[in-house]
Design a protein around this ligand. Structure first.
Ligand code: NAD
Length: 229
């Protein structure tokens, strides 16, 4: 299972491909690359500080909650990978979320490598609690960096029975290629999205709002596997 920005859109977290290719007024290349961070560290820190602060104003929606319920039905048979850096899956109740692009609520020290939960600001360049150096960056994966947990993700893609992609445009690689790995491994594939993704290799595709499509699909699957409710 792969989720993208579209699952959080109805919670009020903007996606970045829907309108003009901007992410909250910024070209993603200006705020989400290592080069951008080197060039204008303060701008990038402020951008992520604002995203982190905005989490307090948004809440999980029915789609996040349905996936948390699905975890209670499927347990370890559900492997949930998200491209999102928000924490809405966890706040809905999901306990095993693989954040392949990192998390807004985490920081990473470029001096000592320490990674930590972080809910404050970084633009004020605080010292790392581990080594005392003011070298913290958001623990998010920028364009050109290697997403987290790819070995485990590939193993899951090649061994799953069903790969479901929710609210993702199929533009950002490597996630955009997951459907092809799943097909190569013999999996069925289903897309739940507002519109057909650019990569339309899915066996089945349903278009609509995540808050409608996801609870309906989870209800169907739960009844098919004989879960109560
Ligand atoms: P994207 O912005 O490229 O695409 C979003 C997709 O969701 C689009 O195909 C759109 O049609 C669909 N969508 C929009 N509203 C929807 C709704 N209500 N229901 C169902 N589908 C809906 O997002 P992406 O494919 O996830 O890739 C974007 C990258 O940006 C990721 O790397 C991610 O890390 C980052 N990002 C994250 C967040 C977040 O954490 N919530 C938000 C914006 C961008």
């Amino acid at each position: 299972m792969l989720t993208g920005a579209g699952i959080s859109a109805e919670s009020g977290v903007p996606t970045f491909r829907d309108s003009d290719g901007l992410w909250e007024g910024h070209d993603p290349q200006q705020v989400a690359t290592p080069e951008a961070f080197e060039e204008d560290r303060a701008l990038v820190q402020r951008f992520y500080d604002a995203r982190r602060a905005s989490l307090a104003r948004v809440h999980p929606n029915a789609a996040h909650r349905a996936l948390a319920e699905l975890e209670t039905v499927l347990g370890d048979d559900l492997f949930l990978v998200t491209q999102n850096i928000d924490d809405l899956h966890e706040r809905a109740g999901s306990t095993r979320v693989h954040h392949m692009h990192g998390e807004l609520l985490a920081a990473w020290c470029q001096a000592c490598g320490h990674r930590m939960h972080w809910d404050g600001t970084l633009a004020d360049e605080p010292d790392c609690p581990g080594c005392g150096t003011a070298a913290l960056r958001p623990d998010v994966v920028w364009f050109g960096e290697m997403p987290y947990g790819m070995d485990e993700i590939h193993r899951a893609l090649f061994s799953c029975d069903l790969f479901v992609s929710i609210g993702t445009s199929g533009v950002v690689y490597p996630a955009a290629g997951f459907v092809d790995y799943a097909i190569a491994g013999g999996s069925e594939t289903l897309e739940l999205n507002l519109e057909r993704a650019l990569n339309s290799d899915f066996h089945l595709s349903r278009q609509g709002l995540a808050t409608e499509l996801v609870p309906a699909w989870v209800a169907e699957l739960s009844s098919a596997v004989g879960a109560p409710g």
